[in-house]
Write a protein that binds this ligand. Structure first.
Ligand code: CIR
Length: 253
């Protein structure tokens, strides 16, 4: 069960965020509204949400998930793979220092975006991507070991982050599309296959037996409902324009 979340309000400069999406510029006012609704959705799953102030120096900083991994034993400040995002960790570090747990760091030549990390009980899967390198994954493994957790890597071929393509919904259920449908490392999961025309919805988020699903992907929503979950649809169209999904917008712990 999760009890807490940390989010960061989008800044006006989000329109200058990194993107490959080709969906046009985000509408800032609409993004703010959607972010407020996202917070409400987290609260309706029983989470206490801490909201960090926007920071105009970092267009992508609302995608706070990439900057820190909070585990049950420690918080791990990452070393984001994109140069423009490296110093986003300063504000998240300030916020997690207030939690009653040790704070660890990925550093030096090791890069890691926590959007590449998926937790399954005491095991963490780390996607090797354009943002997360092997050195980052090794540092993560060494940190996790100290807290009795394990990790392993999965090499990504096409998607930005591991959780762009898969989401763990507990009870051995894994939402997945594309390259992740045939990966050996994932073959023991019960795979809920997301159709390629709804691939964006592969980034859905399990929180305390509810699942947040992006609005507008009816086949995926129905499939998750049929698997026995209560779903909450959240419109994040403006964040999608920056390659961001539901999970990227919060730390949950
Ligand atoms: C970026 O390219 O870094 C942002 N525009 C999107 C980050 C999305 N984060 C995530 O998938 N965890």
């Amino acid at each position: 069960m999760f009890t807490d979340a940390i989010v960061k309000t989008p800044c006006k400069n989000m329109v200058k965020g990194i993107t490959t999406a080709n969906l046009g510029h985000p509408d800032y006012d609409l993004a703010l509204k959607q972010h407020k609704n996202y917070i409400k959705a987290l609260e309706s799953c029983g989470l206490k949400v801490t909201v960090l102030d926007p920071d105009e120096n970092f267009p992508d900083s609302t995608f706070i998930e990439d900057t820190c991994l909070v585990t049950p034993g420690c918080a791990i400040i990452t070393n984001p793979g994109a140069d423009s995002r490296k110093d986003e960790i300063i504000s998240v570090h300030k916020a997690v220092k207030k939690l009653d747990m040790p704070v660890e760091h990925i550093q030096g030549t090791g890069t890691l975006d926590a959007g590449d990390i998926m937790m399954v009980k005491n095991h963490y899967y780390a996607g090797l991507s354009d943002r997360t390198n092997m050195e980052g994954a090794l540092q993560l493994n060494n940190i996790l070991k100290k807290y009795n957790f394990t990790s392993s890597t999965i090499t990504l071929e096409k998607v930005l982050h591991l959780k762009t393509g898969i989401s763990y919904l507990e009870n051995n259920n894994l939402l997945a599309f594309g390259e992740f449908l045939t990966k050996d490392e994932l073959k023991n999961f019960n795979i809920l296959k997301v159709d390629s025309d709804e691939s964006y919805a592969a980034n859905s988020v399990w929180i305390n037996d509810k699942v947040l699903v992006p609005q507008g992907f009816s086949k995926t929503s129905a499939m998750i409902k049929n698997a026995g979950y209560t779903i909450i649809e959240v419109d994040v169209s403006e964040f999608r324009k920056l390659d961001g999904g539901l999970s990227c917008l919060s730390l949950r712990f």
